[in-house]
Ligand binder design. Sequence first.
Ligand code: TYD
Ligand code: MG
Length: 459
Amino acid sequence: MPRPTTIHVCSSCGHEENRWHGRCPGCGEWNSLVEEGRLGVGARGGAGGGVAAVTPIALADVNAPGAPRLSTGIGELDRVLGGGIVPGSVVLLGGAPGIGKSTLTNMALGNLAQAGHRTLYVSGEESTAQVRLRAERLPSGALAVPAIAETDLEAVIATLERERPAVCVIDSVQTLDARELSSAPGSVGQVREVAARIVGVAKRHSIAVFLVGHVTKEGALAGPRVLEHLVDCVLQFEGERERTYRTVRAIKNRFGSTNEAGVFEMRQAGLVEVLDASARFVGSATRAPGSVVLAAMEGTRPLLVEVQALVTPSELVPPRRVVNGLDRNRLALVLAVLARHGGVPLAGSDVFVNVVGGVRVDEPGADLAVALALASASRGVALGPPGAPTPIAAFGELGLTGELRWVAHPERRIAEARRFGLDPVLAPRGTEATEVATLRAALETAFASPPRVARAAAA
Ligand code: TYD
Ligand code: MG
């Protein structure tokens, strides 16, 4: 019998089988067997007898030519990458369909081509005619990029070997088909095989590769998640498709920091960098009940965003908790602390919290602003000095005992809030703003009068 070219490996225990099984015969886990090429990522097997040992070298003696980074011509993207593209690096760009992955990579290649670098755009989803139609809307360099429409992995690899571009985009990793695997393109085994092979070529010929990957909202799709360990850098493209603002964030970066984020706006002519995002968001904020400006950090940059809350009596058990741009569990925590230590019980209310503009703020420093917005919404009273055009600003993490905790970079957050004349800036102790030690103190300062026991409490 011919030896099968693929094996099925259990992703839980590593057990190998020639055929697919619904349940792993090794560990009993269901649906854990994934097809892999015998020589692909999954190539295993004990070391052969006659293999020579390798001599280790002290890192100081390793020859590491510092090839200069390539600029994508998109400042925000370069910054997130850690200062441009490292030659030969593989970057996974994940994001929901329609968020702008093809647009961003097209633009980057266009700029690189215009700067005289060899580029290649591999489209597995669209015909070259469709790619051209998009490129026509983008800045001029985009039309100079050589493109192929191809889904066969072997053909793509052969093209890379021959063309040797400096930077290549594979759009998307889920559409390429490794012929030797019988599973459908986009399945876990296929995606891993495709990525492993591409990474191999990239390192061999020093081709920087952007692997585009679709991720569903839950990040659950068979795909990008399983590639994170294979690539050098993972960028996540986030934002709501219906909104204009999008952020690109590094989740993993072997050549830079992971706490940088770039802010973009989708326009008629592609993605435009938003250089002063705070000005945009504060400009649209109005002093109204339920509105607070959060002095957040996007990586090393301060960013002011408006947090809005709406609280209405609920007829549902449990009541609604709708949140946009924040972590649901964080909201639950803030609600619990508000009820227990702030005298604002919202157990009988529907609660809606929204970070305006479609940006995502994933940091504990958002707690205080969320709590103040909720308290303000629940009492129907705008915060801050009467007559002020903008809402107050706040940041700080809430502890479970109702205390306000220090968060990173208070001075940058405060400076940013002052830049827009926001006053007061409520912040934890140890900062030079209006210091508040507890949630209760913050509420008192924000309402400029002791919080009454909320009316809703009776219910
Ligand atoms: P696209 O980059 O194709 O998204 P993805 O590759 O992540 O699936 O485009 C996303 C959306 O952006 C699409 O609905 C059309 C819109 N768009 C613009 O508004 N302006 C533009 O210049 C381009 C190219 C696209
Ligand atoms: Mg696309």
